[in-house]
Design a protein around this ligand. Structure first.
Ligand code: SF4
Ligand code: SF4
Length: 434
């Protein structure tokens, strides 16, 4: 689905730990500096906020089949003109999506927004509420009675008007039209909102194709950054047309591009088609078609890339297994914090062939559990050293912790080993079975 995400301002005040805001601010400053301090529009490059006038200019240039997403690289309502932009898009008959924290929405404007959405419900493809979580990942959020009142009204609207409705966004992705999310592995909302009876599914994020450089202890809910030594395209769209607009009119490749690595044009100075004829877009397409890794393309480090395998003279799309085992060493040992991250639910089971060696001084029996959220979804008793086949269902997305075991450091056992890791379970084989 083609879309244009609107970044209404630079420097999102919510400062989520999972969002590379500092990278964006630095890149934006230097990209405008490189144009001699003058925006391509000639109207002042250092604009932090997208003006209503520029938004309307852009809107008039974007084809009707391109959805206008109030999302981008900042909370849309951090710009006080956001409601007027929304109104312009809806009155122009545009399909829209909204991803908002509700930050910056004055209490008296809330009703106006919800009335607009109600009156143009068919145009509203997705309403996603991004709530603060209990781990304070959304560092800039502050509780207020206005916020809580707005949240109540948006929740009531979403549940009433949009629940149980879905939108097909690509051949592989169907999304609910009303979504509530946090940026946290538990999905628990901030404790100051706990009384509101709202919950979100467990969340796992990506590193924005390696752009996010926050310390791992601040960002435990991340998938690792892939390195594709293969040809790739975008799994969301075959035409690279899910782009992001910045306040100065520049357009970047997609929502991974917080470093502004792939600026493909400017919608204040150029037309929409010029984005796809641009030098940068041509260069990216050429690199992505090469069956090798390159740091010059974000897609080669992106978890949303579609990977292709070249067999003699034919390309074959590589289907993704839909899960990964994290905390697995190259020699097969699982770390005590090993986990299975399932990001596409499937009616299949993962069979792990695990070995518990005789030389570990464990006390038997002990139990190995697969735990999703708070629930043990599978458990197995280990009665003695040996080789065991344990199945883990992959029916729900989320992170499955592998709990149990008794962990020992070989370096602390008699025998003179230098292996300093905590060991208990070795993975001999893994198979996926229906
Ligand atoms: S994730 Fe969204 S709300 Fe959080 S800092 Fe980034 S743009 Fe702002
Ligand atoms: S970086 Fe990822 S999301 Fe962006 S266009 Fe490339 S594959 Fe798609």
């Amino acid at each position: 689905m083609p879309s244009l995400e609107i970044t209404t301002m630079i420097g999102c005040p919510l400062k989520c730990t999972y969002c590379p805001q500092d990278t964006l601010k630095t890149a934006y400053r230097s990209s405008t500096a490189s144009t001699g301090g003058t925006a391509p529009s000639g109207r002042g490059a250092q604009r932090t906020f997208l003006s209503l006038e520029d938004f309307r200019t852009v809107l008039s240039k974007v084809p009707e089949n391109v959805r206008i997403d109030f999302a981008g690289m900042a909370e849309p309502w951090a710009n006080p003109d956001a409601t007027q932009m929304l109104e312009s898009a809806l009155r122009a008959g545009r399909a829209i999506a909204i991803y908002t924290t509700l930050f910056g929405i004055p209490r008296e404007e809330c009703e106006q927004i919800l009335t607009l959405l109600h009156d143009h419900l068919e145009q509203l493809e997705i309403l996603c509420l991004h709530l603060p979580d209990d781990n304070n990942s959304m560092r800039g959020w502050k509780h207020s009675t206005d916020y809580e009142s707005n949240l109540e009204r948006f929740l009531e609207f979403g549940r009433r008007e949009l629940s149980n409705l879905w939108i097909r966004e690509s051949t592989t992705s169907t999304s609910p039209r009303f979504q509530v999310m946090t940026m946290d592995g538990s999905g628990r909302v901030h404790r100051q909102l706990a009384h509101m009876n709202v919950s979100a599914p467990p969340w796992r994020g990506n590193t924005r194709a390696g752009t996010l450089a926050a310390p791992p202890e601040q960002t435990p809910s991340l998938f690792s950054t892939p390195t594709h030594h293969a040809a790739v395209s975008c799994s969301w769209t075959p035409f690279y047309d899910r782009n992001v607009l910045l306040p100065n009119g520049d357009v970047v490749l997609c929502c991974m591009d917080y470093a502004l690595k792939h600026v493909i044009g400017n919608l204040l100075t150029g037309d929409y088609e010029s984005l796809f004829r641009s030098e940068e877009m041509t260069r990216l397409r050429v690199i992505n078609a090469q069956p090798t890794f390159s740091k010059c393309s974000l897609c080669k480090s992106c978890s949303d890339a579609q990977v292709y395998k070249l067999e003699r003279t034919s390309w074959f799309p590589v289907s993704h297994p839909g899960f990964e085992i994290v905390g697995l060493a190259s020699d097969g040992w699982l770390a005590p914090d090993a986990e299975i991250r399932v990001y596409a639910s499937q009616a299949r089971r993962l069979r792990l062939v695990l070995r518990v060696p005789e030389w570990l001084p464990a006390t038997y029996p002990f139990e190995i559990r697969f735990v999703l959220g708070q629930d043990a979804i599978e458990s197995h008793l280990i009665p003695a050293p040996g080789r065991y086949e344990i199945d883990c269902p992959l029916v729900e997305t989320g992170t499955i912790r592998i709990e149990g075991g008794q962990w020992f450091r070989p370096s602390e056992l008699p025998g003179g080993s230098t292996d300093d890791r905590y060991l208990c379970l070795r993975l001999d084989e893994q198979h996926v079975a229906s």
